[in-house]
Design a protein around this ligand. Sequence first.
Ligand code: CA
Length: 533
Amino acid sequence: MLSSVLKALSCGAILVGLVSASQVTDGSEVTEAAQVPKRPNILFVFSDDHAPHAIGAYQGHLGFGQWLAGVDTTPQIDRLAAQGMIFTRSYCGNSICGPSRATIQTGKHSHANGYLQNGNRFNGDQVTFPKLLQKAGYTTAMIGKWHLQSDPQGFDYWDVLPGQGAYYNPKLIRADGTRVVEGHCTDIVTDLAVSWLDEAKSSDKPWMLMCQHKAPHRTWMPAARHLDLWADEDLPVPPTLFDKHEDNASGARTAEMSIERHMELFYDLFVGTKDGTVPKGGSALDGSGRRNLARMTPEQRAKWDAAFGPRNAAFHAANLEGDDLVRWMHQRYLKNYLRCIRGVDDSVGRLTKWLDDNGLAENTIVIYASDQGFYLGDHGWYDKRWMYEESMSMPFIVRWPGHVAPGTTNDALIQNIDYAPTFLDIAGAAIPEDIHGTSLLPVFGGETPEDWRDALYYRYYEFPGAHAVPKHYGVHTKDEKLMFFPELDAWEYYDLKADPDELQNLFHDPAKAGAIAKLGVRLGELRAQYGDK
Ligand code: CA
């Protein structure tokens, strides 16, 4: 057994503790085996809809969304970034919650893992990275938002929210049944994660924990302690808040995700009627805003009303209209979104402190990511789905002492198909050949290999569907993007270097014809490479 360890070490494998001391029963080997470092633990902290431009550490490192600079959004995540590496060109392959998670489980694009759009049911019988980690000797856990409909597989322990989950006093489902836990969802998920870690630390096996938050998903309901953040100040306004999408294909003008035209005062922003009551019917949508308020305990509701009651009264008194009303709605939306993120940030702080307190910071790789980006009023929008930068981007921050240089940035093109092979590589497990992604371990070292990918594939399927974003697919290189909308028979091309906000669709610019033709070929090659039809 020891010889296999030494052989692996000589091959340059990463922290290969193929055996731990307790697994060696032959006393003569214990001393030598104990000197082999235990394979690293993996702490994957994942949130829902957290746009990278809403992370302080990303300010100054993205081409888009730099208007939030100076707002202290994420002190703990920023600290994690200062101790590790942020990826500035990190993207998903299908910008919507369930599909991004299915891709992370499998390392495959949506068409190959079968989870094309929200509402699909994930086929948990297929090969997933947690199953392979288990086989490689890891203890695995999934706590929080799962959102793949079928029961989690490949986890020694799972404790998940049903569907989207509730912000206040959420239901949680374990293999042994369902229960309601009182409190704010982000704190509860963190509590459960810490409890599981307390158990896992006594095992000799390395562990992998997916701690997945509902926040900051719509409808944005922060914890009581965050309700007063930024209450008395105006946050910055995106320069594209009043974008009319004149250059885009028609889908951007018919999509239903505009703060001005589609955001709802009650459902999204919890503004009641003038007398403070919930509007009759609650919402034209699914009424979940009303249901979520109804879940609160009297004490929770009293704190909520104490914060928003006077602000709502001031709103009604002001009788805002037109652009002023849009600006007010944007402020309420952005503040509640960032307040939900502050809860996630607290969670990152608690989890990293737990690692420090338990002497595990050195031998644990910590990754912070979110399932896709989000519009924070950029282009007048909220929500996600598009292949444009704000929604295709994913935050990806990695801390791994001794392997990732602190305070660094990396501009390699990475995608959520890469997470599964990366986790398997960390564990020293074989990566299945049919996985679409590539291990990021060579990139973590700071030098991007010369043959690293030059282009990413993207495809969005959910139409007709919520927010009416048309189906589209395309190719994204470091500096260019080509998108095709099959049902509109329309193309868009953006020069990201010259136009990071994607305001000038240059598809019909004769000067770009050569570049567009090349990208078209690249798109065809990617579709063939991944077997998409
Ligand atoms: Ca999401």
